[in-house]
Ligand binder design. Structure first.
Ligand code: URA
Length: 238
């Protein structure tokens, strides 16, 4: 691939930044300062350095976004802003897509990647990857409702939901943490409706073993660490 493309994909900078870096002699290929942005590099065998530090090629990128309300979980939309439009150009946003969907009014953890195979496995209904939501309810939750949610409820689909996990702090009975093992359409809202309650606010706080980084403000995102990528991979049952 072209050297400038390689550097952009590895998040070294924008198109014009990487061109400047090459012109200024900050980039070397196999120990020789690169002369032109369009020179070809083999991403698997050539040793590229930027400011004398090796630039390792990674085929896939993984980001976590703290999704704000009012944004659509898609790559394009005719009327609303999308999660992909929140990303800056330099992270080759064109190739990233959200792993699954959160409703427009839902906030919290959304993964973005270009790793189609991992996304597919994380979303596969057969894999039952856990998702935990902080749910702010219209009414305090009762013991009876918790028992029903934990047993599985009829939400009008062919099958009832799988047993969920519910935890509630005694002092905030209108806010629960709900862990579900599926990803059906509007699942949490429909589960609450099925027990006669309503959702005032919904935030996803974990996906598999990966937790939302609470230091990310709504609308902010960051790359996953190698340990977090591993956590995600080990969240998938065989
Ligand atoms: N369940 C919902 O109802 N909405 C979401 O966005 C996610 C889960």
């Amino acid at each position: 691939m072209r050297l400038d493309k390689f550097l952009r994909e590895m998040n070294i900078g924008t198109r014009s930044q990487v061109k400047n870096y090459i012109r200024q002699g900050f980039v070397a290929v196999n120990g020789i300062p690169a002369k032109s942005a369009d020179m070809k590099v083999d991403e698997n065998t050539d040793k590229v350095t930027f400011r004398e530090r090796p630039v390792q090629f990674r085929k896939y990128s993984y980001y976590m976004l703290n999704k704000p309300a009012g944004i659509v979980s898609a790559t394009t939309d005719n009327t609303a802003d999308t999660v992909v439009s929140l990303l800056k150009d330099e992270i080759h946003a064109g190739e990233l897509f959200p792993v699954g969907r959160l409703d427009k009014d839902t906030t919290g953890l959304l993964l973005l990647t270009n790793d189609g195979e991992l996304a597919h496995r994380l979303l596969s209904p057969a894999r039952h990857v856990d998702k935990t939501y902080q749910v702010t309810l219209e009414h305090p939750v009762s013991r009876h409702d918790i028992d029903r949610l934990e047993a599985g409820v009829d939400i009008g689909d062919e099958k009832p939901t799988l047993p969920a996990r519910v935890s509630v702090a005694a002092e905030y009975p209108d806010t629960i943490l709900l862990t579900i093992h599926e990803g059906r359409f509007h699942q949490v809202k429909r589960m609450m409706l099925a027990v006669g309650n309503g959702v005032r606010g919904l935030k996803r706080i974990s996906f598999g073993k990966l937790c939302l980084d609470e230091t990310l403000k709504e609308g902010d995102y960051r790359e996953l660490t190698p340990a977090e990528i591993e956590l995600l991979k080990t969240s998938i049952s065989d």
